[in-house]
Ligand binder design. Sequence first.
Ligand code: BDR
Ligand code: CA
Length: 317
Amino acid sequence: MHKVIFDTDPGVDDAMALLFLHQHPEIDLVGVTSVFGNAAIETTTRNALFLKREWEIPAPVARGANETIDPHRPHAPWPTFIHGDDGLGNINVPDDIGLSADPRPAHRFIIDMVRAHPGEITLVAVGRMTNLANALGEAPEIAGLVKSVVIMGGAFDVPGNVTPAAEANIHGDPEAADRVFTAPWPVVVIGLDVTMQTVMTRSQLADIAKAGGKRAELLSDLSQFYIDFYEGLVDDGMVVHDSCACVYVVAPELFTLRSGAMRVVCGGIADGQTIQKPDGRKFPPSHWDNLPSQQAAIGIDAKAVLDLIHKTLVNAG
Ligand code: BDR
Ligand code: CA
């Protein structure tokens, strides 16, 4: 059983990933932490609570950061054209969910849980890395207590999606991501190199909605706006970025990894770019020296990943 804390900015593809974690029999979802990104923190937290209520998810939701770890970074507009004004595809999520968040801020919740379960917690982070960086900042020793960190973010050998250089989750808080990549904990980064290959077609989602009951129907409803955004960018359907990171936790054999130290460009025209120095490659002294080797996903069995998502979501009853 994998004990998982899901750090997320729901977010349409975040919602699918959350349902996957909730439904997968080998995952024990012990907490959900919200972060700003696809929308403001009020909205992503409200959405996490909404999905918790609708999908009967027992894990607590803790509210996370609403600003980058460098407070001087300018604020970009929310990507409402991808995830809708309500962050969940304009399905009119109610304002009052009738559930409250955990009293602790997300980074404190993460610290407490990791200390309570040393060596057992996998952090799956699919939004900006701000909460993880804040947790490391307050309690650096948790790096030695976490089982692993699995991230959706970055673009190593392919273009970004916010700029030619950078992917959204990293571009949204590059300093935080650099701190997370260079900390002494094992990090696996599932980036655009593999997620852009993992596209659920409209008809596969419709099949899931038909077979998966009310939960899957809600997932399908909230995904339609996002699917429309991807029209023209992919052949047909939706890129399931965040679910790929969740699948990695239970089926790592479906991914090919490359090992090496990773840094994030902070500032300039390549702000938010992720760059790995592959292990074994010789360079003169550089900013990648004496840092932990982390893993970047460079290959994926996309069909098998989509099949596993399908199978898990239709068990959603
Ligand atoms: C990532 O950015 C967000 O919009 C998605 O939810 C995903 O986590 C893709 O670049
Ligand atoms: Ca996300």
